[in-house]
Design a protein around this ligand. Sequence first.
Ligand code: ADP
Length: 569
Amino acid sequence: MVARCVRDDTRGMTETDGFHLVVDALRLNDVETIYGVVGIPITDLARLAQASGIRYIGFRHESAAGHAAAAAGFLTHKPGVLLTVSGPGFLNGMVALANATVNCFPMVHIGGSSDRALVDLQRGDYEELDQLAAAKPYAKAALRINRAQDIGRGIARALRIAASGRPGGVYLDIPAAVLAQTLDTADAGLWKINDPAPEQFPAAASVAAALDLLAAAQRPLIVLGKGAAYARADDSIRALVEATGIPFLPMSMAKGLLPDGHPQSVAAARSLALKSADVVLLVGARLNWLLAHGAAPQWSPDAQFIQVDIDPGEFDSNQPTAVPLAGDIGSVVGALVEGLNDHPVRCPRVWRAQLADRTRVNDAAMADRCSADAVPMQFHTALGAIREVLAGYPQAYVVNEGANTLDVGRNVLPMSVPRHRLDCGTWGVMGVGLGYAIAAAVESGQPVVAIEGDSAFGFSGMEIETICRYRLPVTVVILNNGGVYRGDDVDPTGAAPAPTVLDARAHHEYLIRAFGGAGYHVSTPADLKAALTESMSSGQPALIDCELDIHAGTESGHLTDLNPKGLPR
Ligand code: ADP
């Protein structure tokens, strides 16, 4: 316990307050880091947390701080904690809370709030907002602590809900008056949650049914999603893949769970694998838009899906689930591996060979595009150069956001270590990049490369100062083609920049120099390699502005089909 308790001899009690109790409850539950932006009424909470030994990382905007907390949740398997002020600061954190929930990342957003008596009668308090009601639609749960004696219970419930079952974002409202409330420590009632995400075993009959269906398949496929990465069942997943010989396809944040260079990876033969697979084992991956909802023409109309998920409500969401395997991935995959003794599965050789052939052809085409020494640089040129340098840093974390920057980056950059890639995820959200990068550096101490489109960078660019203030080993690489998607559109009236146009000749490197970081401006792959090599070996904050061809890229990246077009103007 760190609470500085005051002995009040006149009343014969030991007094503490809400601020101290929140810090004590977080520490008791092993919270080591808080991400946030201070102000009324939580400034002293951040101060006390820091004084108690909790690491406090102060951001410039709550959205980026929230994205950092969400990424910390994914990377550490423990809820990341965001701290915000009331009203607008709270709302700034909402995108991050919603994004964490959609992505199934455990996170607790603690929001200081205004005077309940004034807010509830809409009497016009400072930063007045009914935060609990506002948070509800965007969170796995939204809770409020109304009395200091409930702080222990409130923190325990928030952490438990965030981490257990399908992980997600929990909003915890703490009014200023509760933080300031004093009480006898005897009434504090703090507790540590025990086994935050208990194992959940699947039914034996479902395990047998799944293995029998896989054994009968001619073209089986395993799809690994970020739920599988989060579950930390790396050894059992490898055992299942290798014992069955079934090809696997990693979703983008599951890359590295098994190395991309693994002989059974069919990342480079994705289209063929989806179109041809007859039995698909989904492990912590949803059949959402990222997997074309499991529908033709991307998938075979006859494909049968076996799904492993902790949330049974996920089954049958888009296609019939042939075998639902409800449980946590560690327990389910462990049971599948064990079940192989009685229900052996061996992937047909022809199917593997077919996919291996396609992989070879596609890999060669990709290598050609990446090694072309094009100036002005194309996305493949720049990402190919980055790939060469990162090959020497397998432990580096890769953060990737943008449209073409993301779509091409996902394919070009191989990963060989689990949970080292963070990107726009399920929501396709922009603005996560610098928050994710900061969390990766803070939580791991390893070098981080944030590869950002110039538009994506702008959403959280001011956090470059946060990176410099904490001297984090983060290199931000901006692939600057001068626009949202690309930089060559024109306003037909000639009056103003077109809606998609930014500034292709911007020198973003000056931004980081303002805060003492190293800034580079490059326009050739050779200079990009040199700058990235230097920044990676320095371990210091750096920003590399890469001048790309303004014609490089496609509108909406790989999502052109989702972008409706109006009649010609
Ligand atoms: P991707 O975008 O990589 O395809 P998704 O976010 O769509 O992955 O899917 C992740 C799935 O994993 C979610 O449906 C979630 O319920 C599930 N999940 C998360 N953690 C676990 C776990 N420990 N055990 C089982 N399922 C999990």
